[in-house]
Design a protein around this ligand. Sequence first.
Ligand SMILES: *[C@@H]1O[C@H](CO)[C@@H](O)[C@H](O)[C@H]1NC(C)=O
Ligand SMILES: *[C@@H]1O[C@H](CO)[C@@H](O)[C@H](O)[C@H]1NC(C)=O
Ligand SMILES: *[C@@H]1O[C@H](CO)[C@@H](O)[C@H](O)[C@H]1NC(C)=O
Ligand SMILES: *[C@@H]1O[C@H](CO)[C@@H](O)[C@H](O)[C@H]1NC(C)=O
Ligand SMILES: *[C@@H]1O[C@H](CO)[C@@H](O)[C@H](O)[C@H]1NC(C)=O
Ligand SMILES: *[C@@H]1O[C@H](CO)[C@@H](O)[C@H](O)[C@H]1NC(C)=O
Ligand SMILES: *[C@@H]1O[C@H](CO)[C@@H](O)[C@H](O)[C@H]1NC(C)=O
Ligand SMILES: *[C@@H]1O[C@H](CO)[C@@H](O)[C@H](O)[C@H]1NC(C)=O
Ligand SMILES: *[C@@H]1O[C@H](CO)[C@@H](O)[C@H](O)[C@H]1NC(C)=O
Ligand SMILES: *[C@@H]1O[C@H](CO)[C@@H](O)[C@H](O)[C@H]1NC(C)=O
Ligand SMILES: *[C@@H]1O[C@H](CO)[C@@H](O)[C@H](O)[C@H]1NC(C)=O
Ligand SMILES: *[C@@H]1O[C@H](CO)[C@@H](O)[C@H](O)[C@H]1NC(C)=O
Length: 780
Amino acid sequence: MTMPESLLRFHFLSLLLLCCCVSPASFAKIDGLYYLDDVVVGVVACLPRQMEAFTQFTNEFDTRSCNHSDYSNGAWCDNSTGAVTKIQLTGCLSGTLKANSSLFGFHQLRHLDLSNNNFISSTFPSKFGNLNRLEVLILSSSGLLGQVPSSISNLSQLSILNLSKNKLTGSFPLVSNLTKLSLLSLSHNLFTGNIPSSLFTMPSLSYLNVNENHLTSPIEVSNSSRLEYLYLANNQFEENILEPISKLTNLKYLDLSFLNTSYPVDLRLLSSLKSLLRLFLSGNSLLATSISADSDIPPNLETLIMRNCSVTKFPNILRKLKHLRTVSISSNRIKGKVPMWLWSLPHLSMVLLGNNYFNGFEGTRNVLVDSSVQLLDIQSNHFEGEIPLPPLSINTLYARNNTFTGDIPLSFCNRTSLTVLDLSYNNFTGPIPQCINDFMIVKLRKNNLEGSLPDRFNVGTSLRVIDVGYNRLTGKLPRSFLNCSSLKFLSVDHNRIEDTFPFWLKALPDLQVFKLRSNKFYGPISSPDQGPLAFPELHIFEISDNNFTGSLPPSYFVNWKSPSLKINGAGTMYMAEDIGASTYDDLIDLQYKGLSMEQKGILTFYSAIDLSGNRIEGQIPESIGLLKTLIALNLSNNAFTGRIPLSLTNVTELESLDLSRNQLSGTIPSGLKSLSFLAHVNVSHNQLKGEIPQGTQITGQSKSSFEGNAGLCGLPLEESCFAPPTQQPKEEEEEEKEEEEVLNWRGVAIGSGPGVLLGLAIAQVIAAYKPEWLIKIMCQ
Ligand SMILES: *[C@@H]1O[C@H](CO)[C@@H](O)[C@H](O)[C@H]1NC(C)=O
Ligand SMILES: *[C@@H]1O[C@H](CO)[C@@H](O)[C@H](O)[C@H]1NC(C)=O
Ligand SMILES: *[C@@H]1O[C@H](CO)[C@@H](O)[C@H](O)[C@H]1NC(C)=O
Ligand SMILES: *[C@@H]1O[C@H](CO)[C@@H](O)[C@H](O)[C@H]1NC(C)=O
Ligand SMILES: *[C@@H]1O[C@H](CO)[C@@H](O)[C@H](O)[C@H]1NC(C)=O
Ligand SMILES: *[C@@H]1O[C@H](CO)[C@@H](O)[C@H](O)[C@H]1NC(C)=O
Ligand SMILES: *[C@@H]1O[C@H](CO)[C@@H](O)[C@H](O)[C@H]1NC(C)=O
Ligand SMILES: *[C@@H]1O[C@H](CO)[C@@H](O)[C@H](O)[C@H]1NC(C)=O
Ligand SMILES: *[C@@H]1O[C@H](CO)[C@@H](O)[C@H](O)[C@H]1NC(C)=O
Ligand SMILES: *[C@@H]1O[C@H](CO)[C@@H](O)[C@H](O)[C@H]1NC(C)=O
Ligand SMILES: *[C@@H]1O[C@H](CO)[C@@H](O)[C@H](O)[C@H]1NC(C)=O
Ligand SMILES: *[C@@H]1O[C@H](CO)[C@@H](O)[C@H](O)[C@H]1NC(C)=O
């Protein structure tokens, strides 16, 4: 399985150099690898023809996104034969993997990893069967589709086969003759049919992952199986599969989440699994008697995940599980008090009870103090009264969205491991404890806290997130925030803080979310030196409903690095997703028309600006056009003058634009009609004139979005623009251009009333193709 150490390797990008002008004398030998200008080459070991073949292989693809200094990618040769025995090229090839690819000429290959490439919907070439020395074959996340060819059964040396995250179809691949196979992952594909019973007699197979396929029951299992890790989640097993699984007595990890069975799952059937350490059952309805105090289930469990299992009574079976470390019973319908015995399980470390109907804890206020729990999630229940004093070992506490009252206990300051504290959406009163400077994440949003923010942040503090929005805080922003160099998220919105704009915070390099909305901030918004706003990583900038004045210098937005767009939402930071824990992801509520909902993950990829409800004057800087990932811009209710910046046309992701109630003049840039995601526009109550750009996203808005501008005409307003062009005064060149467009539009409008209707229909089609993340937000 592991490669002999004697292998030398070369880096595929070095080959051109090698062919043309470099003599072996200029190589220096370091640690058995051969370097040339920092590029590893294997002149000694690799046969020239093999190197040529490798270049030929890489030339079959677009390699532009390959990282040229990442030496884990490349080819390795055997120093006795000179043949390529290992190829690893991950995460950067793009193109079709053809049936005649030169890859299939490397007959000596033992290790092949081509995962995370984009083999643009290539079918699985049957020539893989030629590579019959392969011990490791990893083709996961590479865009392969179609059936796995039967020639795969030729790979008799194969020990590891990972084909997960593709679009492979058909029945289970023919792997049962691969007697050396120890790890098989087929997860996240479209396989159908049964799992062949021969799989469970394979002599070496210890890991099988078929999560997320369309596999069906029955499962026939022999009791001689060596399987230790079995993942069956998200398939279509209608019949009872627990009985056969109960014969797999070597199992350590078992994932049976979302089995899609129509009857309740009886855990007692698994009691024979004495070695089982981790059991995942989320999304199944569980037979109530099988989780009651006296039933038999796998006795040595360390992890038990039962999210979303329609459980209505506390699963007293937990009391027997003396080895339990991690337990989740989140998202069930359990009422009443959390039993006292839970806290005396000796190894308990993570307890997730969120999204139930718990209303209290059995025992005194000290009931948790001596437990070994490090992470406690009790969010979104009906807990009320004073919060229990946290365990001495607590590290993370999520108690958001309950109705706890009273002061935040000072004993939180005595818990030296505590780093994540979320008490938001409760009814806590009194001051914020001074010790929050020791935490990494502090969320106290929507309580009734009073007094000023503690001003004790020392250099080196690890504070990353602080959200104290919607309280009754007064005083100034603590100047010691300056010491919080890791601060990413700062939200003090909806309080009574009275201060000037914190230019001094510009020393915080990572600040991504900055919300001062609805306080009593005042004074100029731009720094005395008229330079750009600092904060290069800023994504969310909200200072609306304060008393800020001054104007924005032309360069105001030039320092912002646009976050890179990742539409698929990859990269959202979920903590321990597989155990169904809550997320560490920073939740944020954005209040923009069209997007005014709690949004997760979004701030990693998009940006939003809200300066509304202040007294800001002067022009809107053209540098706004540099913010390519801006999805919402609200500058309403200020005193902005001048034109709407033409550069807004470049902000192609824009979905919500509110410039209403200013003193903007000139025409609406016609380019705005090409912003295909624009769902909400409001430019009402300005001094705009000319024709409203006739694009589907704009004419679909309501009239009120344009009213209060004496000079505007065209849909959706009733005023038409059929004035002779000669009457238009020629003020600026730009306006002339826009007039041309006006004329073109007339050409259409005169001939076709139905064209307008068609336009509206298209608007709806576009609305139906919103980016995936937006759909997710709407469904939450
Ligand atoms: C290959 O290289 C390794 C280490 O560099 C060495 O121990 C081994 O003897 C070499 N094998 C041959 C056949 O040269
Ligand atoms: C390329 O790879 C090197 C070495 O692994 C790494 O340090 C560097 O950050 C990578 N560059 C990019 C752009 O991913
Ligand atoms: C592979 O086949 C394609 C046609 O399907 C052909 O264009 C290409 O030249 C062939 N490549 C090799 C290396 O034979
Ligand atoms: C299996 O491998 C042999 C070479 O060892 C090759 O001749 C044969 O064509 C392969 N079979 C398949 C189905 O690929
Ligand atoms: C298989 O590949 C997937 C996707 O690259 C990866 O997430 C997974 O960890 C791999 N499985 C194993 C068992 O290595
Ligand atoms: C597996 O091996 C048996 C005997 O060795 C053979 O008859 C059968 O055809 C092989 N099956 C596959 C799928 O290669
Ligand atoms: C399998 O289990 C059955 C009954 O549980 C038993 O009779 C049989 O001997 C077992 N076979 C092996 C190989 O352990
Ligand atoms: C609070 O919890 C309820 C369920 O108890 C849930 O519906 C709601 O969305 C939660 N609200 C927040 C802000 O988390
Ligand atoms: C914090 O701990 C110290 C000593 O461990 C104790 O004296 C003090 O009373 C504790 N404070 C609170 C608020 O629990
Ligand atoms: C929160 O406390 C205030 C008084 O401090 C009370 O008026 C309000 O009803 C409480 N809210 C809840 C949800 O208990
Ligand atoms: C804003 O500041 C001005 C003076 O600068 C003051 O007259 C006005 O009352 C303030 N408005 C609010 C809402 O605080
Ligand atoms: C839009 O961006 C391009 C380059 O990205 C730039 O050349 C062009 O001037 C911009 N247009 C406006 C109106 O700012």
